[in-house]
Design a protein around this ligand. Structure first.
Ligand code: SAH
Ligand code: DHB
Ligand code: MG
Length: 223
């Protein structure tokens, strides 16, 4: 990702402080991710809280996440769940999954959250086969070229009213460049094309700036 403008970082710091967004479990999750050398690509604190509020407003009882990393966004989403709610998060790297499980347990969600190791494209068809759906809220945040292939599976695992959110659909404004040679940009472009043409959803995208730089979310509501 590109640079985060000083002003965006200062404003994000202000928001995080004003709305009391950080806490010990979240800070520890990020600290342990850093210690283990994981990339600093978790959603920002303000974005995490926004995801939690959206999932909560929607009344989500079953949440699916694609791309766990250290479980930072996972913890936020789990906080939206009622006591009997469940979250499944998919992660390719066993090392990331191990760190995430420890972070999720420390945050108190060991019983409600399952970290499933494997390529998302292998796990998703299994969920359909096992009738693991429908999920109420789905967050896509794994490998960018994979998004376009995950979309039909997430819709199969949805019900009318399911919200699907995808991270990193702006990428420093690179995504509107059709000639981009960046595989991640082209992956996101294919995803946006498919999402925009998908008759089973209503969708938009919103640009964001902050401590994680300039990026954005796609938001889709399953009809
Ligand atoms: N959602 C996290 C950040 C996820 S970073 C947060 O905001 O806190 C993206 C993660 O997706 C990485 O941990 C990466 O290992 C994982 N990933 C990459 N390719 C994947 C694949 N094919 N299937 C599942 N996970 C994948
Ligand atoms: C990258 C991935 C992410 O999920 C993110 O939020 C930021 C950057 C990346 O792979 O570069
Ligand atoms: Mg992301």
């Amino acid at each position: 990702m590109g640079q985060a403008d000083k002003k965006w970082v200062a404003m994000d710091d202000y928001i995080v402080d004003k709305f009391a967004i950080r806490d010990a479990a979240l800070d520890a999750a990020l600290a342990d991710a850093d210690k283990a050398g994981l990339p600093q690509i978790s959603v920002s604190p303000a974005q995490g809280k926004m995801l939690m509020l959206l999932a909560k407003a929607q009344g989500a009882r079953r949440i699916l996440e694609i791309g766990t990393l250290a479980g930072y966004s996972t913890i936020w989403l789990a906080r939206a769940l009622p006591a009997d709610g469940r979250l499944i998060t998919l992660e390719y790297e066993p090392k990331h999954a191990d760190i995430a499980r420890a972070n999720i347990a420390r945050a108190g969600f060991e019983k409600q959250v399952e970290v499933r190791v494997g390529a998302a494209i292998d796990s998703l068809p299994k969920f359909v086969e096992q009738k693991a759906g429908p999920f109420d809220f789905i967050f896509i945040d794994a490998d960018k070229p994979g998004y376009v292939d995950y979309l039909p599976w997430t819709i199969k695992l949805s019900r009318p009213g399911t919200i699907i959110i995808a991270d990193n659909v702006v990428r420093d404004g690179g995504v509107c460049d059709a000639a981009s040679t960046d595989a991640n940009v082209q992956g996101i472009r294919k995803f946006n094309d498919k999402l925009a043409a998908e008759p089973r959803v209503m969708a938009t995208a919103i640009q964001t700036v902050g401590s994680k730089g300039y990026d954005g979310f796609a938001i889709a509501l399953v009809k």
